[in-house]
Design a protein around this ligand. Structure first.
Ligand SMILES: [Zn+2]
Length: 459
């Protein structure tokens, strides 16, 4: 007799699917809930999560200081009165209580009762930030991810190449679990180009008829180049029918001839929202999340339709809570209304950059991602950029490096056009350098990092 509980004993799968319908059933059920039902579910789950979060020292301490008790929570509006936290608070918690911090709602010691996984984010500039996931949290997280992948075009039984980096980070693993456990997909785990050569990735996708290659949009475009060098036509010789890739939708669609539906998720909470075929905003999985938008500087909620930082509360976990986590990703929330697809689920705008990369130049707030967008709209500028904030004498300056496929003799002309576009849009003078394609790879981590680095503050 085993003295510990295996995953299928620790998780009640019937109950799990009743609460969080998986695809495709989800799109015939909770996806179409009316507003009253959506909010009733949210309030019941929010109350339960608040009671559990209060057992966790990190939340208990912060809530006490703010005079909040979980029993006071009687409506969704009460959420505004509960302190939000950022990654800085998580870092402080780890420093005071190494190595797990005191924000975990699960422990390694509990792994015999219910299997536990540990994934860590960050770590390039300090201690990595671990999150402990219970088996339940993994299953629901994978199911939510499967909902997004399904809407983006992946179908049960498909062969899918997973080219995300299998590392300390959750990303590649939650994709894998979603595909294998909730969509019965046959997953080919290639990892990044450093693990499996790009040519090999293309061969695997072609030979096994992969319908999707999960990776960044940038790496997918690189694979398209490699395929063409091999004499293949990416539309004819590959069987891609879903592009769940993070990148410029127009560029990806033009190359592969497949629609790109945007989605949003992050490490600690897994998949949050996905665009429906109407392609007019991302529907939030509201049976599992409450998304708020708050002011980047003050953390106070902003009105619907105004851009700010995403502050998220998950409603599905049994382990480590994320209860008003201000993630500093920028987006905008829409008021609730019925979409042409039939769903009443609230919508958010696609990820619009990072709140904490914000640079003030001569009193103007600038986001590197936004500068990159403007620069890449200029003809002859390729889909690559890097932004530097630096000091010149005693002035702060911002310089954007862009690449161009035009002849080096034309770089000056391209530089002037980019500089003008940036000045016209932002109202401040931004330095521009034009370099040959590939020159920025060492800075952006292209081909190595799962998420490209687009900004460095050198001051
Ligand atoms: Zn819709």
């Amino acid at each position: 007799m085993a003295t510990f509980r295996r995953p299928h004993q620790a998780v009640d799968f019937d109950e799990l699917q009743r609460r969080f319908p998986p695809p495709p059933e989800y799109f015939e059920s909770a996806w179409l809930d009316d507003p009253a039902r959506i909010e009733a579910k949210q309030l019941a789950r929010l109350k339960a999560r608040a009671h559990m979060a209060q057992q966790v020292p990190f939340f208990d301490r912060r809530w006490r200081q703010a005079g909040f008790d979980a029993r006071d929570l009687t409506s969704l509006d009460d959420l505004d009165g509960i302190p939000a936290y950022t990654v800085d608070d998580i870092r402080a918690s780890i420093e005071a209580h190494p190595p797990y911090g005191d924000y975990q709602g699960a422990s390694v010691a509990g792994a015999l009762q219910e299997p536990i996984r540990l994934f860590a984010s960050g770590g390039t500039t300090g201690a990595s930030r671990p999150t402990l996931y219970t088996a339940w949290d993994r299953e629901v997280g994978a199911l939510l991810t499967a909902r997004a992948l399904y809407l983006q075009g992946i179908r049960p039984g498909d062969v899918v190449v997973n080219a995300w980096a299998y590392s300390t980070h959750n990303g590649a693993h939650i994709m894998d679990e979603a595909l294998y456990k909730w969509l019965n997909c046959v997953v080919i785990t290639t990892g990044t180009g450093n693990v499996t050569a790009s040519k090999k990735q293309v061969e695997l996708a072609r030979d096994y008829g992969a319908t999707a290659i999960l990776t960044t949009g940038d790496y997918l475009l690189h694979l398209a180049d490699v395929a063409e060098e091999m004499g293949l036509d990416v539309r004819e010789d590959l069987a891609l029918k879903a592009l769940p890739n993070i990148g410029d939708p127009a560029t990806l669609e033009a190359r592969f001839g497949v629609p790109v539906l945007d989605s949003y998720g992050f490490h600690e909470v897994q998949w949050v929202a996905v665009e429906c075929p109407e392609r007019d905003g991302l529907h939030i999985f509201e049976d599992a999340f409450i998304v708020q938008i708050v002011d980047v500087d003050t953390g106070e909620p902003v009105p619907d339709g105004e851009q700010g930082s995403i502050c998220i509360t998950e409603l599905y976990k049994t382990g480590s809570p994320q209860f008003r986590y201000n993630i500093m990703d920028l987006s905008t929330l829409r008021p609730r209304e019925q979409c042409a697809c039939g769903s009443w689920l609230r919508k958010m705008e696609p990820f619009a950059g990072r709140g904490d990369n914000m640079v003030k130049l001569r009193g103007v707030n600038l986001w590197p991602e936004a500068l990159g967008e403007i620069a890449m709209r200029v003809p002859d500028v390729s889909d690559d950029y890097f932004v530097r904030a630096h000091r010149e004498g005693n002035r702060d300056e911002i310089t954007i490096l862009v690449t161009s496929t035009s002849a080096p003799a034309d770089f000056e002309n391209v530089r002037e056009q980019v500089a003008k576009a940036l000045a016209d849009t932002t109202g401040v003078k931004i330095g521009v350098e034009v370099v040959a394609p590939g020159s920025l790879d060492a800075r952006t981590g292209f081909g190595k990092a799962a998420k490209l680095i687009r900004f460095e503050d050198e001051r």
